[in-house]
Ligand binder design. Structure first.
Ligand SMILES: [Zn+2]
Length: 226
């Protein structure tokens, strides 16, 4: 049985023909690259143009690499800060900074939502305050999560614009907007959960929880490919 690899997310399909589209990232099956053997699967980036189809993919890869070449060997005109930034980006990718940092909002958002709902049910301003403090930590973590996410999307997935990535970016945007809306609302009116608008505030928080869940689910799909 032949093996085919998705050029975007590196998913491997086994069969005589490539799939109609990638079940993980949704890229068209015509873009799939045939793999020669199991060793090829382990090192998909290796420059071994064994077949014609691989050759057709190679120029794209080269073009993508060309834009990165100046980064790899910094010119003298390039500032020291720039070099450090590139090094940091490389390290973040290597050590999976995105899945690591994303655990902060993904862990704290459900806690914040639960505290707000409990505050609403029991009429406790203290629980609302606790929810708010949790949410501030989400807000602090979000820029790092978004930055590392964009970095992975650019470097690892060549900024692929398939449905799965659009959904992920959309979900992250909804999460960030809901988080800011909730924080600003609480700052303006700390008694919001005792007002008649409490349900809207809770809905915003549930929406944020759902959006973060969607983003996390897609992330898991991309990482584990199942
Ligand atoms: Zn794919």
């Amino acid at each position: 049985m032949k093996k085919w690899q998705c050029p975007v997310c590196k998913y491997i399909h086994t069969g005589d023909e490539p799939p109609e589209k990638c079940p993980v990232c949704g890229v068209s099956g015509s873009k799939f690259v045939p793999l020669e053997d199991d060793t090829a699967a382990e090192t998909p980036e290796a420059e071994t143009p064994a077949t014609d189809e691989k050759k057709t993919v190679a120029p794209e890869k080269k073009a993508a690499n060309n834009t990165e070449t100046p980064n790899a060997s910094p010119l003298k005109t390039e500032g020291r800060a720039m070099v450090y930034m590139k090094k940091t980006a490389e390290l973040m990718l290597k050590h999976h900074a995105h899945p690591v940092t994303v655990h902060i909002p993904n862990g704290v958002i459900p806690v914040a939502a639960a505290l707000f709902i409990l505050s609403w049910i029991f009429g406790s301003p203290l629980l609302a305050k606790a929810g708010f403090i949790n949410q501030v930590f989400v807000l602090i973590a979000l820029p790092v999560v978004v930055l590392t996410g964009v970095l992975e999307w650019k470097k690892k997935y060549n900024q692929a614009q398939t449905t799965i990535f659009k959904l992920k970016i959309g979900a992250a945007t909804v999460t960030a907007i809901c988080c800011m809306a909730s924080i600003i609302w609480y700052l303006v009116n700390p008694g919001v959960l005792e007002s008649s608008w409490a349900w809207v505030f809770v809905v915003i928080n549930l929406l944020m929880l759902a959006a973060a869940g969607v983003a996390g689910h897609i992330g898991g799909k991309l990482v584990f490919k199942d």
